[in-house]
Design a protein around this ligand. Structure first.
Ligand code: ADP
Ligand code: ASP
Ligand code: MG
Length: 407
């Protein structure tokens, strides 16, 4: 079998752990498999690198920022390769650029366009274990890019797709995908199976355990995907196409990296939203939730959320927006969180939204924005009430008692 394994930052957080990961890889190799390994930077390395840049500049040039951030993974791949050699195994480590992971030029959020698998295949055929740096790629012009925070998962799944691997295993610091973040909801339950659409919504709604684009790749290229612990022996969570029987809600997620933007006194005439959001889009800022209030005296209010990291850019075009849409003011609030409940069962059950709002109301948690999709209900609340909201919703939908059966 050809197996792609990905080890996250905590799993390679120190030398002892790197040695353990090496042993796990050897075990897989000894079972007769070809192994390609993707690793993240050690522990908090990426955060530390960001801190260094921010000590110099609030808004570093994105190309140099990516050049800096990509170094974290270069350290971990080299150390892991050294550890494998020490155990007597032939391994070879590659950065994204060395192996030919071609991306767009969207520095800090680049998208993989193509992967040249010939080098990897050549090394595998020599019996070597191939190690690839996660989270990074290279543009046609040879500039180093990164794929967005948490992007090593995407490297792994994209490689698995390109190599037509038999399985892609994501090794992390929890046993698998849970009904909510086990660090926040103490009785969250690990799911043995989860539907791929649900895991995609959970990932997009802030469940860090998988990078959303990794799930998109897995769905598009039908990559068999499993999330497992690198510390414990557990079968983990298998991502499947089937839907689970009888479940209304499968998970609750919290997203804390978005900010709310309120545009005040917007003239209530056609074309205003188009003007506003095209200015935002020109800056490559992804807008998540959007709510427009009803108009009073010909003026209305538009609220939307954007990634906190893009606030500086958004503020830099504030005057341009004001003069383009003639609003009175723009207010920024980064003390919010988005809490979401996800479940394909919502398609056939009524009253889920009402229940969500009742649970929050009974605790006096104010809902500032609401958005829904076919299988997700998201609300914006104050940051300090988010964990309480997630716990209350998890309890109301009895997620700690969930039993998984496939249809
Ligand atoms: P890695 O470095 O291995 O990629 P991450 O920190 O990116 O690990 O993701 C794993 C973390 O995701 C867990 O430690 C957990 O706190 C968090 N998490 C959030 N939501 C979930 C969920 N629904 N299931 C499992 N883990 C989750
Ligand atoms: N090291 C990168 C990050 O911290 C990528 C990853 O861990 O997946 O975001
Ligand atoms: Mg991660």
């Amino acid at each position: 079998m050809l197996i792609v394994q990905k080890y996250g930052g905590t799993s390679v957080g120190n030398i002892e752990r790197i040695k353990n990961v090496a042993k796990r890889i050897v075990k897989t190799k000894e079972q007769g498999n070809d192994v390609v390994v993707v690793v993240s930077a050690m522990g908090d390395t990426t955060d530390e690198l960001i801190k260094l840049a921010k000590q110099i500049s609030e808004n570093p040039p994105k190309r140099e920022y990516d050049l800096l951030l990509s170094t974290g993974e270069q350290i971990s791949i080299a150390l892991l390769s050294i550890a494998l050699h020490e155990l007597g195994y032939e391994a070879i480590a590659f950065t994204g650029a060395q192996v030919g992971i071609l991306t767009t030029t969207d520095f800090t959020e680049a998208k993989i366009l193509d992967i040249n698998t010939s080098k990897i295949k050549k090394e595998l055929s020599k019996g070597k274990i191939v190690i690839v740096a996660g989270f990074q790629g290279v543009t046609e012009d040879g500039d180093i890019t990164t794929l967005g925070r948490g992007g090593s998962d995407t490297t792994a799944v994209a490689l698995a797709a390109a190599l037509k691997a038999d399985i892609c295993e994501i090794y992390t610091d929890v046993k698998g995908v849970f009904t909510s973040d086990p660090r926040i909801v103490k009785d969250a339950k690990k799911l043995d199976l989860i539907n791929i659409d649900e895991v995609l919504e959970l990932a997009s709604a802030g469940a860090q355990v998988l990078h959303p684009r990794a799930v998109i790749f897995a769905k598009k290229y039908k990559v068999p995907l499993v999330v497992r612990s690198s510390f414990e022996d557990d079968q983990g969570t298998k991502i499947v196409e089937e839907f689970m029987e009888g479940l209304v809600i499968t998970g609750v997620a919290i997203k804390t990296d978005e900010a709310k933007v309120t545009v005040l006194d917007v003239p209530d005439v056609p074309g205003i939203a188009a003007k506003l959001f095209s200015e935002v889009a020109k800056e490559k800022i992804n807008v998540n939730m959007i709510v427009q209030g009803t108009s009073r005296n010909g003026l209305s209010e538009i609220n939307f959320t954007v990634p906190k990291k893009d606030l500086i850019t958004l503020k830099s075009i504030e005057e341009k927006i004001k003069s383009s849409i003639k609003c009175s003011n723009i207010i920024y609030d980064d003390n919010i969180a988005i809490v979401s409940v996800v479940g394909t069962g919502m398609r056939s059950h009524h009253g889920v939204a009402a229940k969500v709002f009742e649970v929050l109301a009974s605790r006096g948690i104010n809902i500032e924005m609401i958005s829904t999709s076919e299988i997700k209900i998201s609300v914006v609340v104050r940051m300090e009430r988010a964990e309480e909201a997630a716990n209350a919703l998890h309890k109301e939908f009895k997620l700690s008692e969930i039993e998984i059966k496939t249809e």
